[in-house]
Design a protein around this ligand. Structure first.
Ligand code: EPU
Length: 338
């Protein structure tokens, strides 16, 4: 199945609900259709391009004067197994949380802590989605897709994906050059549960037994209590990354702010909680027109209805300045601003 249109509204294709338009929009379910489409017109090479999944990590500041490609490849298939693992290939167009549910229902572990993260599966490796002590890079075996520059299919092993905190090769070297069509995940038949993060263990234990299903339920409960549902309130999850700073800076800050949440990171650095910094800077729950900071989680910016991309962006600049002034910490956006 393919869909092609011009001057296409992206309102339904981004979870902020911004009413931007794309000059061209192309959606496909079969890799062959993408190849035919690209060969059909040499001028596609000259267009600006973005690859859009569910649009759950993007903020459109303007109309997009180029080609939006939406890979909607379906399928969840077991491709291989051994005594301890099963490998599942998932189409880029499958809703991420439906894959998590499928894995949990089959008794396969690894994805349960990543329950209810919005977005399509093809987007999961791009920013190496993570939550509650787990990151998707630990499950990725291979990422498959189409290399626009070479004009051929290609695949990357997990090591080649250069995964890091909310980062991968698909955000840099291969940005808008590689179209992910499916991902192969390696799941555990005998999972070790990962309950170390925050209130997760307590929430799971209240359910009586510790299992993939109770972990999934608990994660869904915690997320739903803090993070706004995009169906009711436009947002893109965490707007900023949690900043990684030198240990010395964190220690200085802790003198003045003993309750500053600090998490271990690599290379003598530590990770701070951006949500905490934003709340302390007085921005939690604030609203400027229809752009706002979520009242339950300061890391999430929301669209109360008619905010433009630029209004949300301007709010993020104010927050950046306030946090930088008060703590000397420069926040980095997690959301892709186009
Ligand atoms: N905090 C505040 N005020 C706030 C928000 C948080 O003081 O408004 C404090 C919390 O009390 C806690 C700390 O900050 O001490 C961390 O908060 P939380 O556990 O809610 O997690 P987070 O750092 O805000 C990260 C991810 C989320 C992920 C959660 C759970 C990033 C940028 N965000 O948020 O990911 O769901 O941990 O693992 O790493 C996303 O990427 O879109 C996302 C939602």
């Amino acid at each position: 199945m393919i869909r092609f249109s011009e001057n296409h509204s992206l309102k339904a294709h981004n979870t902020f609900g911004i009413d931007a338009k794309a000059k061209y929009y192309f959606e496909f379910t079969e890799l062959e259709d993408l190849e035919v489409f690209l060969k059909s017109n040499q001028s596609w090479k000259n267009e600006k391009l973005i690859v859009l999944g569910e649009g759950s990590n993007i903020l459109f500041l303007n109309d997009f004067d180029g080609l939006v490609i939406h890979p909607n490849v379906p399928g969840m298939n077991s491709v291989w197994e051994d005594r301890n693992h099963e490998w599942i290939e998932v189409g880029a167009g499958e809703v991420w949380d439906e894959f998590v549910e499928y894995a949990v229902n089959r008794g396969l572990g690894g994805a349960e802590n990543l329950s209810l993260i919005p977005g399509k599966t093809g987007a999961a490796p791009v920013q190496n989605i993570g939550a509650y002590g787990q990151e998707v890079c630990r499950l990725v075996e291979k990422v498959k897709g189409f290399d626009l520059e070479k004009g051929c299919v290609a695949e990357f092993t997990a090591a080649e994906c250069e995964f890091a905190y909310r980062n991968s090769i698909f955000k840099h070297y291969l940005k808008n050059r590689f179209i992910i069509t499916s991902v192969i995940f390696r799941l555990d038949k005998f999972p070790e549960f990962n309950l170390g993060y925050g209130q997760l263990e307590k929430q799971v234990k209240e359910k009586g037994e510790i299992s993939l299903s109770t972990i999934r339920e608990a994660v869904i409960e915690i997320r739903s209590s803090k993070l706004p549902d995009v169906k009711n309130l436009g947002n893109a999850g965490s707007f900023f990354k949690n900043p990684v700073v030198p240990k010395e800076l964190a220690e200085q800050l802790q003198v003045k702010y003993p309750e500053l949440p600090v998490y271990a990171a690599e290379n003598n650095q530590v990770k701070l909680a951006a949500g905490w910094l934003i709340e302390q800077a007085g921005w939690k729950g604030k609203r400027l027109g229809d752009a706002g900071v979520h009242a339950q989680q300061a890391l999430v910016l929301v669209n109360y209805g008619k905010a433009t991309g630029n209004e949300i962006y301007a709010l993020s600049e104010d927050i950046f300045d306030a946090v930088n002034t008060q703590f000397g910490v420069k926040l980095e956006r997690e959301v892709n601003c186009i």
